[in-house]
Structures are given as structure tokens and as C-alpha cells.
Design a protein around this ligand. Structure first.
Ligand SMILES: [Zn+2]
Length: 443
């Protein structure tokens, strides 16, 4: 559990401090006392400080937030638990994650949300905020009492894993989310167009003899939802955008309403359908990896502010499950440990955006999406909570199973050489993770 006894005092010294929420980007020290940020200024005194983090050459930013992870608990503990998944989060530099509701049972009543919060309280290594299910048993037929879910502690509503599909149900969900002042997060997949679909519809699916998944199965859902959300005045968030075809629809919707947002994942920013070649089930993911043109369009959408949130969709599966034939293997790949350098690879190392924009998409923007900015998360402010991530942007490292802190290692990025890594994480004023060249240490 998160230690409620923070260090007396920590000084993070000599880094480049980037806080997109306030526009700060300067060489500064950050002083932490008793769980809150005490000062952000150059040359703060080190005398009497309990712990000093040398951040020379490093980026110091608000604790990273991932608004889309699958912790699998309850019901999928062989794949991941709240304990193991939050270890993976710390290893990747995250101080806060939002857990998706496709668990068994799903958090679809206030009681179940409260049970989940008790589990989080008992075992999580970082902050975890639940996203509750939109429909009863997450089966898309009857709407849950969204107001009571939010009152119990849910920070957003989603049936992730499946789209909330019937028009009237979706409209009612959007109205309830508006009343409760939370975002609806949609898994954008037209179920009628994707029966038996295993990968992107195109030349590769034809060659492999696998059922294709058209891009319009995503864009048509976003088109319907966005116009509905604008009509209702609700906050609507498109999860894990995969298709170029979705981008102009999102851009037009965002022209009309600031309440329409979207996220991109490390895999849709870095991989194409070619990764499925050889029936590689580690690249089987929902929505599927698409073409090079789609991948580049997602990157451009981030560069141009159409997509403003980065989210891993961390989806652990056991090795046994992923050894099934491609059309039977489960969808999903892990993301927490490798996310930061993969975002940097697609967006910063290509020159599309700089580190401040990347950090904005990983801190204050997801915080606002989930109302966590109201708790002071996603920003570095004197007097605010001391959640801080220290990043070495130049560290090159090989991604392999040894680098994973969660229970599962299903990732098509295994064996890749990555650049950039979180080297220290402070949660609630306590140093919870440090990486050194000799290896990682989660306190
Ligand atoms: Zn999803």
C-alpha cells in the first residue's frame, strides 16, 4: 500500500523541471516536505535534508498518469493483480493509474467500487483510481446507477473491452455522466462489423487468412458518439484511437466542443499490422495495429493537438493464453514498463513534439480527463501533493522480460532498444522507485 509516512524531506537537485500545468520549464530544485511540494526554485539548501536525488541531466516532472490500465483484479489474478500492476506502473515512472472495469465481477455497483477501493488501499504501490462500468455486468443492456458509482469513488465511466452500443443506452449514459461531472470513455468498436475479427482488414489479414477488422468499425462509432456527446453537452473520450479515418472526425468534434478528447497508445504510435506477421500473437490487440499511414496519422494527430492524452491500455495475459492460435488468443499487450521511451520514440525523437508537450499528455491532460487535477495531481505546485517523476531522457536500454515488474510479459516490443527511462518516482512524498544502471529497486 502507499506509505502514509512520507520521508521528512527530499531534495531533487539540479534537474530540468517541466510542469506543463503552470508552463514551467527551467533549471530548478524541487523540495518536498511531509508529502507536499515545499519549494520549486534554483539552488535550494540541502542542509538537513533526509534524501537527495541528483537530477543533473534529468527531467523532473509531475508524476506520470496513465488513465487506461487493466489490473485484472478481481478475477484475473494469474495475469496481473493490483499489487503487481502498480509495481509495473512504478517501474515505468507512473504515480497514478486508472483501472478499467472489465474485471470479474466488474465494478458496476457502489458496493463493488468500494470493494475495489479497499483492495487498492491494501495492496497498491501507487495511486489507483477506478473507472466504473457503464452497464450492469458490463454486458451492454442496462445502464448502471452512474451517480452512485461516482459517489463511491469512480473517476470515469466506461465499458472498455466493448463499446456501449445501443443509441438510447449511450445517450442515457452521456446524460448521466454529464450530471455526475465525469467523462465517458468509449471503446470504439462497432460489434456488428467486427464479428470474429482478429487483425486489421487488409493485405496482411488476407495473406494470413485471418478475419479482418475494418477501420470504419472505429471511426463510425466516434462519429455517432461525438455528435451525441456534443448534443448532450457531455464529456466524451475516445480510447486507444487506431485509425487515420477517425482523426478528421475527432478534429471536427473538438472544434465544436472542448469536452471531446482522445488517447493514443504506445503500440498504435510505433507498430503496424506487419507485427502480426508469422501469426505473432503478442501483436494481437484491440483495436488492431493498422497500416503505416494510420500509425503516422496518429502521430500527427498528437502533434496537432487532436489527440491530447497518452494511455498504455496495459493488458497483461499469461504466456499460455498467448500461445493459442492467433484467431483464438486474447487481445492485448502490456504497456506500463515500456511506455515512456516508446512515446518518446514516436513523438519526441521524430521531432514532432518536445518533452514539455509529451509530459503534458502524460500528466495534466489525463488528470483533467479523470478530475484528478482537483486533487492537485498532474501538476507540480507548492503546497500540492508530492508526486514526482525523474526521467533520464538519454538512457538507452534493452527492453526484455527482466525489465518487467508486473506478472505478465506479453509484448511485441521485447528485444527492442529503447531510449529514455524514469529513474526515480516519488509518490505522496516517498521515494517509491529508483533505477540505477545496475538495476531497478522498488521500495
Ligand atoms: Zn479498449
Amino acid at each position: 500500500m502507499i506509505d502514509q509516512n512520507p520521508h521528512q524531506s527530499i531534495l531533487i537537485r539540479g534537474g530540468r523541471v517541466i510542469d506543463p500545468a503552470s508552463g514551467l520549464d527551467a533549471a530548478c530544485d524541487v523540495a518536498i516536505t511531509g508529502g507536499t511540494i515545499a519549494a520549486i526554485a534554483p539552488d535550494l539548501p540541502a542542509a538537513g535534508v533526509d534524501e537527495i536525488i541528483d537530477a543533473a541531466g534529468m527531467i523532473v516532472c509531475p508524476g506520470l498518469i496513465d488513465p487506461h490500465v487493466h489490473l485484472r483484479e478481481p478475477g484475473g489474478e494469474a495475469q496481473e493483480t493490483i499489487e503487481s500492476g502498480t509495481r509495473a506502473a512504478l517501474a515505468g515512472g507512473f504515480t497514478t493509474v486508472c483501472s478499467m472495469p472489465n474485471t470479474l465481477p466488474p465494478p458496476d455497483t457502489a458496493c463493488r467500487v468500494e470493494d475495489l477501493l479497499e483492495r487498492i488501499q491494501a495492496t497498491a504501490h501507487c495511486r489507483v483510481f477506478p473507472v466504473a462500468a457503464a452497464s450492469v455486468n458490463r454486458n451492454g443492456e442496462h445502464l448502471n446507477d452512474i451517480a452512485s458509482l461516482v459517489k463511491a469513488g469512480a473517476v470515469a465511466i466506461s465499458d472498455d473491452g466493448d463499446a456501449l452500443w445501443p443509441d438510447e443506452l449511450m445517450e442515457a449514459a452521456l446524460k448521466a455522466c454529464r450530471s455526475a461531472d465525469v467523462a465517458f470513455m468509449q471503446h470504439c468498436q462497432d460489434p456488428t462489423m467486427t464479428v470474429g475479427s482478429a487483425m486489421n482488414e487488409g493485405a496482411v489479414s488476407m495473406r494470413l487468412g485471418l478475419t479482418g477488422w475494418p477501420d470504419v468499425a472505429e471511426s463510425s462509432v466516434i462519429e455517432r458518439d461525438a455528435s451525441m456527446a456534443i448534443g448532450v453537452g457531455a464529456r466524451y473520450h475516445a480510447q486507444h484511437v487506431s485509425a487515420a479515418k477517425s482523426i478528421p472526425i475527432l478534429a471536427a468534434a473538438r472544434e465544436q466542443s472542448e469536452h471531446i478528447t482522445a488517447e493514443a497508445s504506445p503500440h498504435h504510435l510505433n507498430l503496424t499490422e506487419d507485427a502480426c506477421d508469422g501469426y505473432d500473437t503478442s501483436a494481437k490487440v484491440n483495436p488492431p495495429l493498422r497500416t503505416n499511414a494510420d500509425m503516422l496519422a496518429i502521430r500527427e494527430a498528437v502533434a496537432h493537438g487532436v489527440i491530447t492524452v497518452l494511455a498504455t491500455d496495459h493488458a497483461p495475459h499469461t504466456g499460455d493464453a498467448k500461445q493459442l492460435p492467433f484467431d483464438q488468443a486474447p487481445f492485448g499487450l502490456i504497456g506500463l514498463e515500456s511506455a515512456l521511451p516508446l512515446y518518446a520514440r514516436a513523438l519526441v525523437h521524430t521531432g514532432l513534439i518536445g518533452w514539455p508537450k509529451l509530459i503534458e499528455h502524460m500528466t495534466i491532460n489525463p488528470a483533467r480527463l479523470c478530475n484528478l487535477d482537483r486533487l492537485g495531481l498532474g501538476a507540480l505546485a507548492v503546497g500540492g501533493p508530492a508526486d514526482v517523476t525523474v526521467i533520464n531522457p538519454d538512457w538507452e536500454w534493452p527492453f526484455n522480460a527482466d525489465q518487467c515488474a508486473g506478472l505478465s510479459v506479453n509484448s511485441p516490443f521485447m528485444g527492442w532498444d529503447l531510449k529514455g527511462r524514469a529513474v526515480a518516482v516519488v509518490v505522496n512524498g516517498r521515494i517509491c522507485m529508483t533505477w540505477h544502471k545496475s538495476g531497478g529497486l522498488i521500495a
